[in-house]
Design a protein. Structure first.
Length: 444
């Protein structure tokens, strides 16, 4: 049973959501006061496109760390690839949530495991009855100890049976958690708890997957990963990147006694989500769509790839055999100020990736802030983007298919007006098209 304090939190969530439903239902009445959005921060958590061209956004609007409720259509502005999307609909009731509790059960958790178990079970007590939860435990191996379902007693019993032992396969655990939610529609989230780094016990990575793999698959599945870092001996910059990149938040618990409060915070934010939907005016052309949502002075950006449409009559092979090299020589790029053309290769000897290949280029500030985050200066969705660059030092992050790389970017006079980044060895993505002008076929 949750403690009295956590029961108060649950009552607060229910009361505020009921209040929100009433406001949303009566949002056209002239007597409805407008909620003040000054100082609020919006975060796109997830974009659901299973009913495309209908697009459903699940977003959080926080003010002083607490969900700001009572907003209506007039308070949101949504753009897709710089095109305003109207009309918007703000749903008064949230759909059921599917959440994966991914728990670190490595040997370093032994002294903290009891409080970690209680905090995780307390989080489940705050979920709605129709919400589904699964529990994944990880140490050297990753195990689903309770599959996605609504039986809270069985889920709690599974958590109680966990023991702390072994090393930490952090990225394999997150990769498996995301993959397990690939076919799940509607609201979903992953809540990760870890106190360490991906380590085989000798200071070397244990997981087969890497951080870039987790970010890539999380982008495909479009699921937010809320990360809780426990203690001080952990890979905090990586956990922050996972949360920020997927549309969630990172929280730090210095002591295990802080965990219950942080789990409560995540439950409160998920219960206070907005559901904003619209009919996209852009086609499913095989290209990623960038969505910008604005509330007051706050803006959040997230991308999605629309599901393909059409019936296959014949498939034309468009794959190219590429043998990438083991070493990646690219460490930095220097370009001329002004317009510059960027392109990517999967290896020094391979041809440049074509414009039809979906890509993500991000120009970031060279220096990170005190929380380890870098300000995004520009973002482009193309394998060969044209960008306008000002003089100075930046970071360039490029993701094409399953490959990604970050390099130093220097912009100053006297250098070429174009640059090539080598993504290096790794998996080569093969695809097929229904015709020369059709988009690539998708995994579905």
């Amino acid at each position: 049973m949750p403690s009295p304090c956590r029961s108060c939190t649950l009552l607060w969530i229910c009361a505020t959501l009921l209040s929100f439903s009433g406001l949303a239902a009566g949002q056209d009445e002239p007597t409805t006061p407008r909620v003040t959005v000054a100082g609020a921060n919006v975060q796109i958590n997830q974009i659901e496109t299973s009913g495309f061209p209908k697009v459903v956004i699940f977003a959080t609007v926080l003010k002083d760390g607490v969900p700001l409720l009572g907003l209506a259509e007039r308070d949101f502005r949504v753009r897709e690839d710089e095109v305003d999307q109207e009309p918007l609909t703000v749903e008064p009731k949230l759909t059921p949530l599917s959440v994966s509790l991914t728990l670190d059960t490595s040997g370093s958790m032994k002294k903290r495991l009891r409080q970690s178990k209680e905090a995780a079970k307390g989080f489940m007590a705050l979920l709605a009855a129709q919400d589904r939860v699964q529990v994944i435990g990880f140490s050297r191996e990753v195990k689903t100890i309770y599959p996605l379902g609504v039986d809270r007693s069985a889920a709690e019993a599974a958590i109680d049976q966990t023991v702390a032992r072994g090393d930490t396969a952090l990225w394999d655990a997150l990769h498996a958690s995301v993959e397990s939610l690939r076919g799940v529609t509607g609201r979903k989230a992953i809540v990760l708890l870890s106190d360490g780094v991906d380590d085989d016990g000798t200071g070397k990575p244990l997981s087969k997957h890497r951080l870039a793999d987790v970010l890539a698959i999380a982008g495909q599945v479009n699921v937010p990963i809320y990360a809780i870092g426990l203690g001080t001996e952990l890979d905090e910059p990586a956990l922050k990147e996972v949360a920020d990149d997927t549309g969630a938040f990172y929280l730090n618990a210095v002591e295990a006694s802080d965990l219950a409060r942080l789990y409560d915070t995540i439950a409160m934010q998920l219960a206070g989500q907005y559901t904003i939907s619209y009919e996209s005016s852009l086609p499913a052309d095989g290209q990623a769509h960038r969505v910008q949502m604005r509330v007051g002075d706050s803006t959040s950006t997230k991308s999605y790839l629309p599901p393909s449409s059409g019936v296959a009559e014949r498939a034309i092979d468009q794959s190219t055999t590429i043998v990438p090299t083991v070493e990646v020589p690219t460490t930095e790029i220097s370009l001329q100020p002004g317009k510059a053309k960027l392109s990517a290769r999967l290896g020094p000897e391979s041809p440049p990736l074509e414009k039809g290949e979906p890509g993500m280029w991000q120009i970031l500030a060279a220096e990170a802030d005190f929380e380890g985050r870098r300000k995004r200066i520009a973002m482009h969705h193309d394998a060969q983007p044209m960008v306008t660059l000002n003089e100075g030092d930046h970071k360039l992050l490029v993701e094409v298919g399953d490959a990604s790389r970050m390099v130093a970017l220097h912009v100053q006079a006297g250098f070429p007006a174009q640059g090539v980044i080598v993504l290096g060895a790794g998996q080569v993505k093969l695809g097929a098209r229904l015709g020369p002008e059709s988009p690539p076929l998708e995994k579905g």
